[in-house]
Design a protein around this ligand. Structure first.
Ligand SMILES: *[C@@H]1O[C@H](CO)[C@@H](O)[C@H](O)[C@H]1NC(C)=O
Length: 297
């Protein structure tokens, strides 16, 4: 018996060595690894599945606005609820970013419209300032275009959307100032609102500015807020320096910021400028929004 058992054992070992051999060892090893990693793989699979689900749900929500309950509306109201996505960039100054505010086609239309009309940009001069003395502060080229001059209707559509985004009526906006900054061109830091102490009494004041970036810029050309959050205010800031919060232009994106505080005085942190373009070209359409209607609608 003992001998037979011994022989059977040897025979089994022999089978193991000859028939299973290296492949069996490898297979066993892989099986072991699979057992170890299996749960980890499942966790990854689950979490990525969840993320995909969440993403698709989020997309459904922003695409399908009929799910939002509409209310009875007034004479000038709208029949449905809709949203314009934005990101708050800063509370000091109040600055909001609107990704994909306009389509690439809309941006191209505006650039085409402006291209043949560009002139060197000018400045509103303070008492005692001269054009010669302020050379270099604003070196872009630009033109004013009102939406009524645009037969494609693009500027009118953009104006309507700006009015919806700001809840400031459309006729409070000045005509679009479409600007081109080439390499090296910039706008030193300044305020869009007019301080009556410097510029004399004003018929109306600029409340807010909406910048629509009409092009990408390869490098430079950011909109900067040097005093954002109260920083750099006591360093004797050089108005030509590109510091503080910087917003990189992307075609179709919008930037809104308020020049006035809620009590009507100029927000010192709304100081801003355009950093020099280093590579590429910057196109931007600016709409200055005033506290009084302009009476053109
Ligand atoms: C307006 O508000 C700012 C910030 O709260 C304050 O510093 C300033 O004194 C106010 N000005 C007036 C005229 O009320």
């Amino acid at each position: 018996m003992k001998g037979v058992g011994h022989h059977r054992e040897r025979a089994l070992m022999a089978i193991g060595r000859t028939k299973l051999g290296l492949p069996a060892v490898l297979f066993g090893f892989l099986f072991f690894i699979a057992l170890l990693l299996g749960p980890v793989l499942f966790i990854f699979k689950d979490s990525s599945g969840d993320a995909a689900l969440t993403r698709s749900r989020l997309m459904e929500m922003s695409d399908d606005e009929t799910e939002l309950r509409a209310m009875p509306h007034g004479l000038s109201g709208e029949s449905h609820a809709s949203s314009i996505p934005f990101q708050i960039l800063s509370w000091k100054p109040r600055a909001l970013y609107f990704p994909n505010f306009a389509t690439p086609e809309q941006c191209q239309n505006v650039v085409k419209l402006a291209k043949s009309r560009l002139r060197p940009s000018t400045l509103a001069l303070r008492a005692g300032e001269t054009e010669e003395g302020t050379k270099g502060i604003r070196t872009s080229s630009g033109t004013f275009i009102s939406s009524s001059e645009d037969s494609t209707g693009t500027l009118g559509d953009i104006e309507n959307k700006i009015a919806r985004a700001t809840m400031i009526p459309r006729d409070h906006g000045e005509a679009f100032n479409v600007l081109r900054y080439e390499i090296g061109q910039r706008y030193a830091s300044h305020y869009d609102a007019f301080n009556p102490a410097e510029y004399g009494p004003q018929k109306s004041q600029r409340i807010a500015s909406f910048l629509l970036y009409l092009s990408d810029v390869e490098e430079g050309g950011e909109t900067m807020f040097p005093f954002e959050g109260g920083s750099n205010m006591n360093i004797g800031y050089d108005y030509e320096k590109c510091i503080g919060l910087k917003v990189k232009p992307h075609q179709g994106d919008g930037l809104l910021f308020y020049s006035l505080l809620t009590n009507g005085t100029i927000d010192p942190t709304s100081l801003h400028g355009s950093c020099p373009v280093i590579r590429g070209e910057k196109w931007v359409a600016t709409k200055w929004i005033r506290d009084q209607g302009q009476g053109f609608i």
